[in-house]
Design a protein around this ligand. Structure first.
Ligand SMILES: Cc1ncc(COP(=O)(O)O)c(C=O)c1O
Length: 432
């Protein structure tokens, strides 16, 4: 038995399903999850000592790769100064200033400890600021596991959602309207029916929780217009895309495509913590003034703005701001997706892929899907065979077909070449 098998058996005795976050259990792809002993640059090493090229990067945060010297040094220094004070520190201001410099749509940010907490607080802020309760989310977007966001579509545009999780009361879901991503007509109809009651619309600008699906420019343009017309706030969930798809985050990329585009509230996580528990939400001063202690929207956290996490996040942001960083990361990620597409074409396999900055997705489908239903047309068995063939060859992809992938600055051309080599064999063995 491998160490991974032994650890999984032991873990399942004391932790539900053996994991502390469900996707880690490999339920979608089958087999034993790898227990990671350490990370080194672009690689992770499992309990059996097997090394993998890591395309998960802790689901996004590890944009510099594992153990970047500047990050390690900053964290070690912070640890010696103190782990947590529950009082403000200068580093929180520095991190807030760093974020605001890169994201001009925000004038203030509040730091929290997880993406879930940040989106939950952003929705509460939107409700508090507008005095309205209802909001829209989109099928296939994930915004963390807050009750009001674990909701699937009701039977039509007039009906609000139903919980997707046991333990979420129907009453909590009744203010959440779930629409199809990239569907402008559904958006128009929903706003015509409910526009004046909507506190906000929350959306992943490039959805990374149904693999990799971009919001189309017409969709994002109309969404912005409808929110403005009806007084609903546009909440961009950039927990995954923030400082990952562009130095200015996805909103900077969309501002290049849609002149004047900006969200009302932005949510960040992952990269801004560099691998430590840290997330944030931000907006104009006018919106943020509703938050306690200034306003009536309550929000707090014992470990919010933790000194070690802020040191880690600051060191990470300072590295990714260096000239040329994003150009190099984007080019390397593009090389991976173009290479995978070429290898698949050579093997006669229906395949398409896309990337932005250091985030990518690929589909065993002939063309890029625009919404969740289309993503789910992927042949799951084929994906699982491909996933396991790649894993055996030392390439660690996301263990589910509806997850995005991530390249770090530590990945070299040689790593990409090795990945393409493995993919050629995997396509040959697993998919023909
Ligand atoms: C877009 C998005 N929002 C929110 C979250 C929740 O973040 P966390 O897992 O830190 O609670 C995630 C997590 O993957 C995410 O991808």
């Amino acid at each position: 038995m491998s160490q991974n098998d032994l650890l999984f058996e032991r873990a399942q005795r004391v932790i539900p399903g053996g994991v502390n976050s469900p996707v880690r259990a490999f339920r979608a792809v089958g087999g034993t999850p790898r227990f990671i002993a350490r990370g080194e640059g672009a690689y992770i090493v499992d309990a059996d000592g097997k090394r993998y090229i890591d395309y998960i990067g802790s689901w996004g945060p590890m944009i510099l790769g594992h153990g970047h010297p500047a990050v390690i040094e900053a964290v070690q220094r912070a640890v010696t100064e103190g782990l947590s004070f529950g009082a403000p520190t200068e580093r929180e201001i520095e991190l807030a200033e760093e974020i605001l410099q890169l994201v001009p749509s925000c004038e203030q940010v509040r730091l929290v400890s997880s993406g879930t907490e940040a989106t939950m607080s952003a929705i509460r802020l939107a409700r508090g600021a507008t005095g309205r309760n209802k909001f829209i989310k989109f099928e296939g977007c994930y915004h963390g596991h807050t009750d009001a966001l674990l909701v699937k579509a009701g039977s039509g545009l007039a009906t609000f959602g139903h919980p997707t999780s046991a333990g979420v009361p129907e009453a909590t879901a009744q203010h959440t309207l779930v629409l199809e991503y990239n569907n402008v007509q559904a958006l128009e109809e929903a706003f015509a029916l409910h526009g004046k009651e909507l506190a906000c619309v929350i959306v992943e600008p490039i959805a990374g929780n149904m693999n990799f699906v971009r919001a189309s420019v017409p969709f994002m343009t109309r969404l912005r217009e409808l929110c403005t017309e009806s007084g609903a706030l546009l909440v961009l969930d950039e927990v995954m895309t923030g400082f990952r798809v562009d130095l200015r985050s996805a909103q900077g990329h969309y501002a290049d495509l849609i002149p004047g585009f900006k969200p009302d509230i932005s949510v960040f996580g992952k990269v801004i913590g560099g691998g430590m528990p840290l997330a944030a939400f931000g907006a104009s001063r006018d919106i943020m003034k509703h938050l306690a202690p200034l306003g009536g929207v309550y929000q707090a956290g014992t470990l919010s703005g933790n000194p070690v996490a802020t040191a880690c996040g600051l060191a990470t942001l300072r590295e990714i701001r260096k000239p040329g960083f994003f150009d190099a990361l984007s080019a390397r990620t593009r090389r991976l997706v173009d290479g995978l597409s070429a290898v698949a074409r050579e093997q006669g396999i229906p395949f398409c892929a896309d990337s932005q900055g250091g985030m990518f997705g690929f589909f065993l489908l002939p063309e890029l899907p625009q919404n969740y239903t289309a993503v789910m047309r992927t042949d799951k068995e084929q994906f699982n065979r491909f996933f396991h063939a790649m894993l055996d060859a030392g390439v660690y992809l996301a263990p589910a077909l509806y997850e995005a992938g991530f390249v770090s600055a530590a990945h070299t051309d040689a790593d990409i070449d090795a990945t393409l080599h493995a993919a050629r064999d995997a396509f040959r063995q697993a998919l023909r």
